[in-house]
Design a protein around this ligand. Structure first.
Ligand SMILES: Cc1cc2nc3c(=O)[nH]c(=O)nc-3n(C[C@H](O)[C@H](O)[C@H](O)COP(=O)(O)OP(=O)(O)OC[C@H]3O[C@@H](n4cnc5c(N)ncnc54)[C@H](O)[C@@H]3O)c2cc1C
Length: 379
């Protein structure tokens, strides 16, 4: 039996996040984009809703949301500002390796503190020489007595300069490539942690994206997750889990662009009648709607599989890739429906288009998603 109906509780969640996004994010979204400004105030207010640490189980002070519920929230945030959705979502991404592979003792030590306030986490995997090719990472971790000493520079890290807790991937045995990587939790205040300059981005400009530098950073040995040398596996499991949520934010951007295009097409008159009465425009809107609906169902399926405790590597890659491509296509078509006005900053369409582009790049590019899907098909 397949049931696409949300429960009353899930509908309430959707309404709560929709209202929050309209009230707290919509009025400042264009300004944050223009000024490339991160807003801690939004984090503070989202924390008050109880949803900021939704990914964390209640026993550790979090919201205990399911993956599907996380997607419902992410779509609503994405529909109002892709950049804010990205930095609130990056908190979940940064915590997910810990939730997957942290010991119960370490979780009790670090998570309640993190969840007791509007703190953010960040996921530190990418490096200058290691983007799609994670195994080429140069960051190292060496065991010295009861500690690990971490050295390396992580690049393009969302929340890089504003997080208080990092999940950091570093190699204990570089010659083993992906089999030599481990994952560590590193509080941002640890001596030796610093940040590079904030990246000047095309879109999702509200998010703070930068280098995070680890220079002789010492963490207790118990801050290493899992068994050690299993960091690559932890990273891949994290991405399996997070890709549905990223896809959901992309669905949100696409949905917002479609709604704006529909509204405009009904109002704008050319050749004596509204654009909406031109079949060429109607067909564009119909194609956009089909893609948005299909993307949402793929996202929900990937999340649902995860909530059932089932492997979703292929499904989450399909969802992320299809939703990201959909966001790019739908926002581009929405700009087209508005014609010259779509290209101007007076309307939010050009921002949607810039924000959408990142969904084809981060959390594994959409080429890499296709590789993952093909590998799963050909196993
Ligand atoms: C704004 C932003 C925020 C980010 N946030 C984070 C974060 O929070 N944490 C984090 O760890 N990382 C983050 N990233 C990094 C992101 O995940 C990487 O940029 C991405 O994985 C691609 O790596 P790359 O940029 O080095 O591109 P490359 O790997 O150099 O790829 C360049 C191009 O080649 C293609 N390509 C590469 N290899 C193959 C292949 N085998 N087959 C086919 N095509 C291929 C890619 O698809 C891409 O089109 C962020 C990136 C951006 C831009």
């Amino acid at each position: 039996m397949v049931d696409f109906t949300l429960t009353e509780e899930q509908e309430r969640l959707r309404e709560l996040v929709r209202k929050f996004a309209q009230r707290e994010i919509a009025p400042v979204a264009a300004e944050l984009d223009r000024e490339q400004r991160f807003s801690q105030e939004i984090v503070d207010k989202y924390y008050e809703t109880g949803l900021l640490h939704g990914v964390v189980p209640e026993e550790y002070g979090g919201g205990g949301l399911s993956s599907l519920e996380g997607c419902i929230a992410a779509e609503e945030l994405g529909a109002v500002c892709g950049g804010v959705a990205s930095y609130l979502g990056a908190n979940s991404l940064g915590l997910t390796p810990f939730l997957i592979a942290g010991s119960p003792e370490l979780k009790k030590e670090l998570l309640p503190k993190h969840c007791a306030g509007p703190s953010l986490a960040a996921f530190c995997l990418t490096e200058a020489e290691a983007g799609s090719d994670v195994a080429s990472m140069r960051s190292t971790a060496k065991r010295v007595g009861d500690e690990y000493v971490i050295n390396g520079t992580k690049q393009f890290i969302t929340n890089g300069g504003v997080a208080s807790l990092y999940s950091v991937f570093a190699s204990e045995q570089p010659e083993l490539r992906h089999k030599g990587i481990s994952c560590f939790m590193v509080p941002a205040k640890t001596p030796g942690v610093s940040h590079g300059k904030k990246e000047d981005k095309m879109g999702q400009r509200a998010a703070d994206t930068r280098e995070v530098i680890f220079q002789d950073v010492r963490v207790p040995a118990r801050f290493r997750l899992g068994e050690g040398l299993d960091g690559f596996k932890i990273a891949m499991m994290t991405l399996d889990e997070s890709r549905a949520g990223v896809g959901a934010a992309a669905v949100g951007i696409a949905r917002a662009a479609l709604e704006a295009a529909v509204t405009y097409a009904k109002e704008r008159k050319q050749f004596g009648k509204p654009l909406a009465q031109q079949q060429a425009i109607q067909f564009m809107l119909a194609d956009m709607a089909m893609k948005v609906e299909a993307a949402r169902l793929l996202v929900w399926r990937a999340a649902h599989l995860h909530d059932q405790g089932l492997r979703n590597t292929k499904e989450s890659a399909i969802a992320k890739c299809f939703a990201g491509d959909t966001a790019m296509q739908v926002t581009t078509d929405a700009v087209q429906v508005l014609g010259g006005y779509g290209y101007m900053k007076d309307y939010p369409l050009e921002k949607y288009m810039r924000d959408a582009k990142l969904h084809q790049i981060y959390e594994g590019t959409n080429q890499i998603q296709r590789l993952v899907i093909a590998n799963e098909l050909l196993r």
